[in-house]
Ligand binder design. Structure first.
Ligand code: FAD
Ligand code: DLZ
Ligand code: SF4
Length: 514
């Protein structure tokens, strides 16, 4: 058999991947490399870099302990080549017995396109293996999507439930319904106290990476202090187990709630680990399902949680490969406003945005509703340029890779694809944020005022957006109700909304304080 160089990327830290399982311990070399090209194609949050580099170093150690021949390139190594291709080329040169390169398909389109050229560039056969960690392959999604007039997550999810026999009983959904959201998405009363997130003290490997990131990536976004994330599979499993035991029962109920200084709530905090490979979606879904069968968590929570992974996560990944490369350039509303400065430092009088951006800056994490209904909602209402918003979301979150970030940003929050992913724009006025959080109590603006200088900007921005995009949105059946209210508005009210909206957006464009 030809000896092979087997490359493992920073988000492929899964021992059961065929690229590892099929390796010959005697002759193959496994290559892992921390390289400038991947670490700086956007200025990733410092905690994301610490998480990935430390997890990569721990994973390489595990491989070595299992008898694999691992060639690991640290970022600070003097002869670091700076890119994956160059590292592979150097290793091939140094080991003339290696006759082929084997990789697992990467998560991002840019890297796949690059790898498809490697064989020519290296003058060596390059085999790109499928990534079996997902329930649905890009081809499965394509097969499902073709001939459909519209793509909707809910129908994809039901297919996945049936195909993989998850929460199914004799061909019907467990409990009789596909979806239990009527019992979910409640506001969280002040006397509910979520458990503290699972946290780990950095070991010497992580400490070294923290020093490296402080020295080499000081320009990157985010705070590095207080790093407490899992960096090994064992630790990631502990995060999962503690979620299932302590948080899953209340997950559904408080899934959409927000609270000042508390981004963690009853969420699972496992996206970091699912996306870099320390956890697999199958084991997560199986554990959640088992908790329901064992009577340890209610169906509304378990179904709601499983839908996020078996439904949304798989759907956005399929949608990404189905829609690339055009997805990255979509701009349905011709939005072109620059990202305001406060997206980087959180300095704004709008408390909801201040809180969500500060959580993001501290933790490289914000939960779904903070990303969707606060920062995302604002980005759409203010017509921020999609490519700038996309880059921001890709660099600020430790779970962000383009395959999952881009559909969520271009499709879900910005509706930049004109409704291929979502059936309507996710927009709301301040009253939704007020209902789901305690942010408005601590805000300089008044959520009950609809117009005027101290009115909550979400209130008039919401109606301004509906007014500005009436021709494009009025025929969307899911917007019918809201446009009925709009059509009943007096011209005077519409004029006030227009002028308040224009004044706010003009301040935003000039980076004046809002
Ligand atoms: P939980 O709330 O506990 O949910 C469980 C799991 O479900 C998550 O770990 C995640 O794997 C999955 N999930 C839930 N919603 C989605 C979704 N919309 N798309 C894909 N998976 C989902 N998630 C990422 O993993 N990476 C991203 O870069 C990312 N960018 C986002 C950008 C925007 C604008 C929005 C609205 C959402 C984004 N999400 C992203 C989805 C979601 O916000 C995160 O997965 C979630 O907040 C991670 O926290 P958690 O693990 O505590 O999730
Ligand atoms: C995100 C990331 C970072 C920051 N650094 C590296 C790295 O140095 N080496 C590596 O192999 N992978 C890294 N990654 C993950 C890759 O960017 C990821 O594999 C691609 O974006 C494809 O999803
Ligand atoms: Fe946000 Fe408006 Fe509430 Fe202030 S009043 S926190 S701007 S929703």
């Amino acid at each position: 058999m030809t000896a092979s160089l087997r490359l493992i990327l920073g988000d492929q830290l899964t021992l059961s991947l065929p690229v590892i399982e099929q390796a010959c311990k005697q002759q193959d070399i496994i290559v892992m490399a921390e390289v400038k090209e991947e670490a700086t194609y956007v200025k990733h949050h410092k905690k994301k870099l610490v998480l990935l580099f430390s997890a990569m170093r721990h994973f390489a150690q595990t491989l070595k302990e299992q008898g694999y021949n691992v060639h690991y390139r640290c970022y600070e190594d003097k002869d670091n080549q700076g890119s994956l291709l160059k590292e592979v080329r150097k290793c091939l040169k140094e080991h003339s017995a290696l006759g082929q390169v084997v990789v697992t398909e990467p998560g991002e389109y840019r890297l796949l396109k690059s790898m498809q050229q490697w064989s020519l560039q290296l003058n060596t056969p390059v085999e790109i293996l499928k990534d079996p960690r997902f329930y649905a392959s890009p081809d499965d999604f394509k097969g499902w999507a073709k001939d459909r007039k519209s793509l909707r997550m809910e129908f994809f999810y039901r297919e996945m439930r049936k195909k993989h026999h998850i929460l199914m009983e004799q061909g019907v959904p467990a409990g009789g319904k596909w979806n239990y959201d009527a019992s979910n998405r409640k506001a969280m009363p002040a006397n509910v106290h979520p458990p503290e997130p699972t946290s780990f003290t950095p070991d010497s490997v992580t400490e070294e990476v923290i020093r490296l990131v402080k020295a080499e990536f000081s320009e990157h976004f985010g705070d590095i202090s207080g790093f407490h994330y899992a960096v090994t599979r064992k630790q990631a499993l502990q995060v999962l187990n503690e979620f299932i035991e302590q948080r899953l029962p209340d997950f559904g109920k408080y899934q959409d709630a927000m609270r000042q200084n508390m981004p963690w709530l009853f969420h699972s905090h496992i996206s970091f680990y699912l996306n870099c490979g320390l956890l697999t979606p199958r084991e997560v879904v199986q554990q959640a399902e088992a908790a329901w069968y064992a009577g340890e968590a209610p169906l509304n929570s378990v179904e709601g949680f499983i839908r996020q992974i078996l439904g949304w996560r798989e759907y956005v990944r399929g949608f990404y490969w189905y829609s690339m490369p055009q997805l990255q350039n979509e701009n349905y509303f011709n939005a072109n406003r620059d990202l305001p400065e406060f997206f980087w430092d959180g300095h704004t009088n709008m408390n909801c945005l201040r809180q969500c951006i500060q959580d993001t800056k501290h933790h490289a994490y914000a939960h779904h509703i903070q990303r969707l209904m606060v920062i995302g909602n604002f980005s759409l209402l203010c017509e921020l340029a999609p490519q700038q918003v996309q880059e921001w979301y890709l660099l600020v979150y430790a779970d962000a890779y383009e395959w999952v970030e881009l559909p969520n940003v271009a499709g879900m929050i910005l509706y930049a694809d004109g409704g291929n992913l979502a059936s309507k724009p996710y927009i709301s006025s301040g009253s939704y944020i007020n209902k789901m959080s305690d942010y408005c109590k601590n805000c300089g603006y008044s959520v009950t005022k609809k117009t005027g200088p101290d009115a909550c900007p979400f209130n008039y921005l919401y109606w301004r957006f509906l007014d500005a995009h009436y021709p494009r949105l009025k025929n969307n059946p899911r917007m019918a109700l809201v446009y009925k209210s709009y059509e009943k508005m007096s011209q005077q009210k519409i004029d006030t909304i227009r002028s308040d909206g224009a004044a706010f957006l003009s301040k935003l464009s000039k980076n004046e304080e809002v």
